[in-house]
Design a binder for this molecule. Structure first.
Ligand SMILES: NC(=O)c1ccc[n+]([C@@H]2O[C@H](COP(=O)([O-])OP(=O)(O)OC[C@H]3O[C@@H](n4cnc5c(N)ncnc54)[C@H](O)[C@@H]3O)[C@@H](O)[C@H]2O)c1
Ligand SMILES: [Zn+2]
Length: 396
């Protein structure tokens, strides 16, 4: 037998900008990131397809015209057609229809691997367009403009793209880093209270597993954050994005080939809850419940001090999250696809390798486990249910 062993490495580098008024013609961020690599052999004008979240356009009807005016003001950019408007939210990931719509436009307007897709929207739209961009021509350059808290501090700055299929979250997808990310804080003013809040769950998540000082910051500013004060939210987004980027860049497994996925703390149940509530819950709302469950599990198994558990639930509640939904009380079986516990089966299947779930040893310190006991999960749910009843609150 003869063998040729192939090996090469590819370095990835992309900027995450923080700005305001990205489509004001005086704002250089977008045009300069597109023209950054121009030289004598490869220069503008650059083809650009823009995809906008309809939810954003409803509150900013002037946005498509602004995009067109921006491109007219910068001759290095050729907008191939008026911005495409696509619905936002999970429904856009629940079939391949919209992926095909974007790919069709890539084909029709002759975009190539040196062209750009600029997508402005929530995490769902970014995931879907990212998947379309990564698969057309095996990769058209993607510039993400995240418009929700969750997309600016988590999903939009990372390397994953996906749609849902066969009833499973993110079943089809790619690991392809974006060309650039532009976080424009202005977009966040028009968010609903739910979407303003939802993204903060990812900040609590990453603080709990990696950064106790950030957790304290969230505690100190919980009221201001819940009241939509911009200054602490800017800091939350910046630090949360920084922690996610640092993990992806330095933890040694950017494309998640191993079994360990610390950033998925609270997510085994969250993804399942999104599905069994028919996506009534936003991703972040489900993550808040997932964090509450796994933090309670950590306490009940003696890993986490009671005081840290209390602080975590208090913070989630102070931010405005409800930590119980009636679907938590459904049948608990790892074999029943409609059961919350099936989330563990799907989580392991999605990840491959050994089942690995992040729990907590302290605020700021995650620990991995390879085994969760059904009976303890049952007790966690009972605790969340009785806490909700005591507070006179049934959720979302
Ligand atoms: N790729 C990843 O690594 C990753 C990580 C976490 C979450 N996600 C995915 O992100 C998705 C959730 O994203 P999300 O929380 O941003 O919500 P979303 O994309 O579902 O958007 C929620 C709603 O807000 C609207 N909207 C978006 N921006 C707005 C704005 N500025 N003003 C007014 N309305 C606006 C949308 O139209 C939609 O109706 C889920 O599909 C989740 O699986 C992906
Ligand atoms: Zn998440």
């Amino acid at each position: 037998m003869e063998t040729i062993h192939q090996e090469f490495q590819v370095a990835y580098r992309y900027p995450v900008y923080f700005t305001e008024g990205v489509f004001e013609s005086s704002n250089p961020v977008l045009v300069s990131t597109i023209c950054a690599d121009d030289d004598a052999e490869n220069s503008g004008p650059h083809k650009l397809l823009c995809v906008l979240d309809e939810g954003v356009c409803q509150s900013r009807p002037e946005l498509p015209q602004q995009v067109e005016a921006y491109c007219r003001a910068h001759p290095d950019l050729t907008l191939v057609r008026p911005p495409m408007m696509v619905p936002g939210g999970e429904s856009v990931k629940n079939s391949s229809d919209y992926v095909e719509l974007v790919q069709e436009a890539i084909s029709e307007f002759g975009l190539c691997r040196h062209s750009y897709i600029v997508v402005a929207g929530g995490g769902a739209l970014l995931d879907m367009v990212g998947y379309a961009a990564a698969t057309a021509h095996r990769g058209v350059r993607l510039i993400r403009l995240p418009t929700t808290v969750l997309a600016q501090n988590d999903s939009g700055v990372g390397v994953k793209n996906s749609i849902n299929a066969f009833g499973k979250k993110n079943f089809l997808g790619t690991f392809v880093p974006p060309h650039a990310v532009i976080n424009d804080f202005d977009f966040l003013h028009s968010l609903s209270d739910r979407d303003w809040r939802s993204g903060m769950a990812e900040a609590v998540k990453v603080a709990l597993i990696k950064d106790a000082a950030f957790f304290e910051f969230l505690e100190q500013h919980a009221k201001a954050l819940a009241n939509r004060e911009p200054a602490p939210m800017r800091k939350l987004i910046h630090r949360c994005a920084e922690l996610h980027l640092k993990h992806i860049g330095t933890a040694g497994d950017p494309f998640e080939k191993g079994s360990s996925r610390p950033l998925d703390f609270g997510h085994w149940s969250a993804h399942k809850l999104e599905q069994i509530t028919q996506f009534r819950l936003r991703h972040g709302e489900a993550v808040a419940i997932g964090i509450a469950l796994d933090t309670t599990y950590s306490r009940l198994t003696g890993m986490l001090p009671e005081a840290d558990w209390r602080r975590t639930l208090d913070l989630l509640e102070a931010l405005g999250f409800a930590l119980y939904v009636p679907e938590l009380d459904g049948p608990l079986s790892r074999c029943d696809p409609d059961s919350l516990l099936h989330g563990l089966t799907e989580f392991r299947e999605h990840l491959g390798g050994r089942m690995t779930v992040m729990l907590l040893a302290a605020i700021g310190r995650g620990v991995e486990t390879h085994y969760l006991e059904d009976e303890i999960i049952r007790n966690c749910i009972a605790e969340l249910a009785s806490a909700a009843t005591a507070a006179g609150r049934r959720a979302v």
